[in-house]
Design a protein around this ligand. Structure first.
Ligand SMILES: O=C(O)CCC(=O)C(=O)O
Ligand SMILES: [Fe+2]
Length: 231
């Protein structure tokens, strides 16, 4: 039985720099969690990966651990997602009051594993199925590989104003972007490399219409069931 370590409910975030501009719908921070809190998150994620591997053969296809799994296996991540300090930090960055999106939305809080050579995500937008504006928040938990800086060769790229840009994703960074307007992809990971990303969404108004609810479920199926994005 895996031991479950609970993160403090409300750790303070300690980014290296003062808050970046969100004028381009995209912002990056480094070293957002205090080292001890981050180390506990890494531990929780390693245990999650171990249990996923032993109980879910489908996991070998690479992919995602969704909210229900995280609630049971990684309660510290879920607590942090719903903490007032994270909500405050994201609201301050995007300069709008945002809230976590509902528990039943698989994209609200998930962990993405890139560990088979070639695992990647093609160009996409993160569709917004809510009434309000919708933001994606990524925290790389593990990123190890054979690049000179020790990171994997999988790169997060964004395309804006017809230009492509590489966004660094070292462990304990935070990338906040408006996924409905910032097209992005992740290039394939190499042999023996590993990249694990904690992906969350926040929204200014997390209500959704009946139609939007149906559309969201179709999207969840694509992302978590059929892995349509993992082609
Ligand atoms: O793994 C990444 O860097 C990006 C994942 C992604 O596109 C998402 O969570 O929306
Ligand atoms: Fe995305």
């Amino acid at each position: 039985m895996a031991r479950v370590r609970i993160l403090k409910m409300d750790p303070h975030f300690t980014p290296d720099s003062s808050l970046p501009s969100f004028a381009q719908h995209l912002a990056m921070l480094d070293n957002v969690l205090p080292p001890d809190d981050f180390a506990r998150m890494v531990g929780e994620t390693e245990e999650l990966a171990d249990t996923e591997r032993s109980y879910l053969p489908a996991h070998k296809q690479g992919g995602t651990a969704a909210y229900e799994t995280l609630e049971r296996k990684a309660p510290g991540l879920v607590a942090l997602y719903r903490s007032s300090s994270l909500r405050r930090l994201i609201s301050d960055i995007v300069k709008l009051e945002v809230a976590p999106t509902p528990l039943h939305d698989q994209s609200s809080c998930s962990v993405l594993f890139y560990e088979k050579p070639g695992d990647h995500i093609g160009w996409h937008y993160d569709h917004n199925f809510y009434k309000g504006r919708h933001f994606t928040v990524l925290v790389p938990i593990i990123n190890r590989g054979r690049e000179p800086n020790g990171l994997s060769q999988a790169r997060l790229m964004v395309r804006q104003n017809k230009r492509e840009r590489v966004i660094a994703t070292p462990p304990n960074a935070m990338i906040v972007f408006e996924g409905a307007t910032v097209r992005h992809r992740v290039t394939p990971i190499g042999e023996g490399e590993r990249r694990v990303i904690w992906s969350m969404t926040f929204c200014t108004d997390p209500r959704n219409s009946a139609f939007q609810g149906v559309a969201r479920r179709v999207k969840d199926t694509a992302f978590f069931g059929l892995r349509a994005l993992w082609t």
